[in-house]
Write a protein that binds this ligand. Sequence first.
Ligand code: SF4
Length: 390
Amino acid sequence: MSTEISDLLAHAADGGRISPDQALLLYTDAPLHALGEAADAVRRRRYPDNIATYIIDRNINYTNVCLTACKFCAFYRAPKHEEGWTHSDEEILRRCGEAVELGATQIMLQGGHSPDLGIEWYERIFSAIKGEYPTLTLHSLGASEVVHIGRVSALDHAEVIARLHTAGLDSFAGAGAEILVKRPRTAIAPLKEDGETWLSVMETAHRLGVESTATFMMGTGETNAERIEHLRMVRDVQDRTGGFRSFIPWTYQAENNHLKGRTQATSLEYLRMIAVARLFFDNVNHLQGSWLTTGKDIGQLTLHFGADDLGSVMLEENVVSSAGARHRSNRTELIELIRSAGRIPAQRDTLYNHVLVHADPALDPVDARVHSHFSSTALTLLPVASAAAS
Ligand code: SF4
């Protein structure tokens, strides 16, 4: 290892800020183990309690109708397509009820950009969910939906955000970021808002008191320098607002979409990105590793490369699954993945408060119903006793 790289790793591990050029050097040239060790040192300093978290939530994909036609997307159907659907209010509420029954604390409403859904539709459904299930946190939509709703309802971004928030939206998901850098974003999502607009909507939301997460979908043909530039764009906004609670990189899934087979990120590239993100984001609290797109083994390894969170059990997910993400898990397995990585597992809420710390394996919750599903088919709710025994 060169002196330049070892000095840089020591500087970043101590909490010093690194530049985008330095991050790129570490991403491409630092030895993997040294990179992971430095990132883990940052994680240990931030979380000396040795806890790593997961959350129980449900993605409710309310419509697959979408005008935006992203080339990486296997989920959407164009308006008037015979396979297009939009869930009724009753169906969405029923799915929320099931999620509450299974211990979910958070709902992620995510869907296509349907020309038929304006601000009133979102206000109505958010109010209805909060009215019926006031304890559920609505961590939903994202900057792209704000832009779309603004177009459909002729409102500016601040008005859309304020009205959604008033109706019950608690925070925005980081969806729709994919890659924010102009060249690769235009190549994979030419009809989506540009990266600067995505960030500007998030900045507006943060200023209005609505926090969010930030994501990154790796592996659609971007260069290494463009990967780091994506991080820089997020960090610059975070310096001004502090409103990104976490950074969540994941990998492009190649099935059933127009980019199929073009490129994907390898597991090692993913682990290097996790570690560099932990070193680069001195201003973002949490870093989530993805088991859904990279598999449980790589997901578990992220806990040694700087991640402090493994995300959701995902009681339902349809979008990434449509593109080929076949990995499934359950609460028991996520707890064990975290524990066997040498960490103390804890269920968290959207704000990263610990809901339940699993310090004693003998007291681990046992409910076989709390596992991930990947179809729009409603969950089968078995009685707790028989489900636990199965
Ligand atoms: S990723 Fe979202 S915005 Fe893009 S086509 Fe799919 S549903 Fe539409």
